[in-house]
Design a protein around this ligand. Structure first.
Ligand code: AMP
Length: 215
């Protein structure tokens, strides 16, 4: 099964992608995570994209498309994958269609996590993750069970993303509305778009998605 999770930054794509990936044994492909890993490594790619990411703008299509083209050829994608944060432009969506056609596969579902902008800024500024295992949390909606201790690995160090600040978030939202929102009619026309209420609590969103997937 191949899925796309679509929605603005802070809609909960990463959280839901983790849950679905674990439950259905799919690979989770997050272009944001891949780019952050490249920045942390200090690779050529990382150097190219670092400032763009901090500004909240989108990384050029050719870089992103090449990254995904390589990634979906990896063995862990054989059973299917969830795309989190890709595609984000029409050019990326068209390139993905080409890749899928070449591999003789297709997209099973495109799920929109619908959330209003006002809630996003608050949600994003509350995000943090475990420095050791990467488990994601939120000050308000998903705190650790024990303050200062990761539920998953008992790590005690946490990090906040550099681009999760009010100024960058507003640029990321602008990029979403200008460049990514046009993907909604694109997939609606193809007939595989379904929307869930991303304002609901995390477990409820999980249930809504399970209904769409039929599992
Ligand atoms: P994310 O973790 O998905 O919020 O992505 C963080 C940042 O990485 C974005 O604000 C963009 O600068 C960049 N990025 C991630 N995915 C893409 C993509 N598909 N196209 C362009 N830029 C991307």
């Amino acid at each position: 099964m191949n899925l796309i999770l679509l929605g603005p930054p802070g809609a909960g794509k990463g959280t839901q992608a983790d849950v679905i990936a674990a439950r259905l044994k799919l690979a989770k492909l997050s272009t944001g995570d891949m780019l952050r890993a490249a920045v942390a490594e200090g690779s050529e790619l990382g150097k190219k994209v670092k400032d763009i990411m901090v500004s909240g703008a989108l990384v050029p299509d050719d870089i992103i498309i090449a990254m995904i083209r390589d990634r979906i050829k990896q063995p862990d994608c054989k059973n299917g994958y969830i795309l989190d944060g890709f595609p984000r432009t029409l050019a990326q969506a068209e390139a993905l269609d080409g890749m899928l056609a070449k591999e003789g596969t297709a997209l099973d579902h495109v799920i929109e996590l619908a959330v209003d902008d006002a809630a996003l800024i608050e949600r994003i500024s509350g995000r943090f993750s475990c420095a050791k295992c990467g488990a994601g949390y939120n000050d308000k909606s998903k705190p650790t069970r024990k303050t200062g201790v990761c539920d998953a690995c008992a790590g005690t160090e946490f990090i906040r993303r550099k681009d999760d600040n009010a100024a960058t978030v507003s640029e990321r939202l602008k990029a979403y509305h200008a460049q990514t929102a046009p993907l909604l009619p694109y997939y609606r026309k193809k007939g595989n778009l379904a929307a869930v209420d991303g304002m609901a609590d995390i477990k409820d969103v999980e249930r809504q998605i399970a209904v769409i997937l039929g599992k």
